[in-house]
Design a protein around this ligand. Structure first.
Ligand code: ADP
Ligand code: MG
Length: 265
């Protein structure tokens, strides 16, 4: 991909699947890091009260005084007060911790409760090419906020039995948000993760996913490797932890697909 002279306004991508353990957080970190390697300015938003994205980038969520929660709920709070630089040049983080779980309840009584995140991110968009929101494993109000803020959705699906179970509910939710709150929202892609080429089973699941979603499926498939759990412990992306690994190459390939499918404006 060509280097960029200018940056922004950012494309916002929601990494979303109400099932846990499918690779949302791993894909957020590593897609972000690969896009940053290609010279893009990237902001990662930890939008899961578990704070796994923050942990995966070497941040201890319990030690944070301010998080994305404060940016969401407190008038007058600016992003500069919350933003953290990561070890990856060009990639920043809006961290979160358990405080964010209160937002789900508190937002219910707010006006325009679905667009709190969109409002919070708006001033940041000129500074970045991509904002990637790591959603929590639910279809509740926080996830609806992410979908309302986003231009596109990436749905990681693990190549396992029952991977497709629940996806209909997710696509219905995306359609509803599209109709009622955010007409520009697109499902940019289904990302097959945890693929094991040695098993017939993985290949069958992948074939079913392609049958169901056709062109919406990214050509890039993320293989299953212990390298990913290792990177979580190391607190860095696979692109720097194991820069020549198959996993790093896969996320670089995904980044090139994303650059083509959802080019920054
Ligand atoms: P989610 O955010 O959807 O809950 P994670 O990205 O946290 O999922 O992944 C769940 C677990 O699986 C983590 O321990 C992670 O390190 C591991 N993992 C993610 N992707 C892969 C992969 N391609 N191969 C093997 N393990 C993976
Ligand atoms: Mg996660």
């Amino acid at each position: 991909p060509a280097p960029l002279g200018d940056h922004g306004p950012a494309q916002i991508i929601a990494m979303c699947n109400q099932k846990g353990g499918v690779g949302k957080t791993t894909s957020t970190i590593n897609l972000g890091a690969a896009l940053a390697e290609y010279g893009r300015r990237v902001l990662l938003v930890d939008f899961d009260p578990q704070g796994a994205l923050s942990v995966g980038l070497g941040v201890n969520p319990m030690e944070l005084d301010v998080t994305v929660y404060n940016l969401l709920m407190e008038r007058g709070m600016t992003a500069d007060e919350v933003l953290l630089k990561t070890a990856v040049p060009g990639m920043d983080l809006l961290p979160s911790n358990i405080d964010l779980s209160a937002a789900e309840v508190q937002l219910v009584s707010e006006v325009a409760r679905e667009s709190a995140l969109a409002r919070a991110l708006k001033p940041l968009l000129p500074d970045y090419d991509y904002v990637i929101i790591d959603c929590q494993p639910s279809l509740g109000l926080l996830t609806v906020n992410a979908l309302t803020a986003a231009h596109s959705v990436i749905v990681p699906l693990e190549c396992e039995f029952f991977a497709l179970r629940g996806v209909a509910l997710l696509t219905e939710t995306i359609e509803k948000v599209c109709e009622r709150l955010n007409p520009e929202l697109r499902l940019d892609g289904i990302l097959a993760t945890m693929y094991d080429s040695r098993t017939v089973h993985s290949r069958e699941v992948l074939a079913r996913v392609v049958e169901a979603f056709g062109d919406h499926v990214f050509h890039t498939v993320i293989g299953r490797t212990v390298r990913f759990p290792e990177t979580t412990v190391a607190g860095e992306p696979i692109t720097t932890y194991a820069t020549n690994s198959v996993g790093a190459a896969a996320y670089r390939q995904l980044a090139r697909e994303v650059l083509a499918r959802c080019p920054a404006a």
